[in-house]
Design a protein around this ligand. Structure first.
Ligand SMILES: [Zn+2]
Length: 128
């Protein structure tokens, strides 16, 4: 590979990395927006519930149960979204490193170049 070619490859690698981090940021913003929407949904339900209590002077069992189950569903949605946002926050492990290091087909251990047998399980390496 000529110097020019390897420079070009490095540059496009950088561009795709920048794109994927922009993509992540966009997804994160989207998820954050969903969390905000669900939070305001919970607020609305809480308000409606409070309104109901005011009007009826008491909280009927039905109203309490439906409010609690709604809140539960919404809280679970928020948990899911928060988990996905955290996933996006975590720097993804560089995958090139994985594919660069040769691994034993039998046990998956990282192989030392030049060795004819896997240092971990002893399986013979290479087809020749
Ligand atoms: Zn092995």
């Amino acid at each position: 590979m000529s110097l020019f070619d390897s420079l070009k490859a490095k540059t496009s690698q950088g561009v795709s990395k920048a794109l994927s981090s922009a993509d992540r940021a966009l997804k994160k913003a989207e998820l954050n927006q969903q969390v905000t929407r669900i939070r305001s949904e919970i607020d609305a339900r809480a308000m409606a519930f409070g309104q109901h209590v005011l009007e009826c002077k008491e909280a009927t069992q039905d109203a309490v149960e439906s409010f609690l189950s709604d809140a539960d569903v919404l809280a679970t949605q928020i948990q899911d979204l928060t988990a996905r946002i955290q996933e996006l926050d975590e720097p993804t492990a560089p995958q090139e490193e994985h594919s660069l290091a040769p691994r034993c087909a039998a046990c998956g251990a990282e192989l030392v170049e030049g060795h004819r047998f896997c240092g971990s399980c002893g399986a013979p390496l290479g087809s020749d």
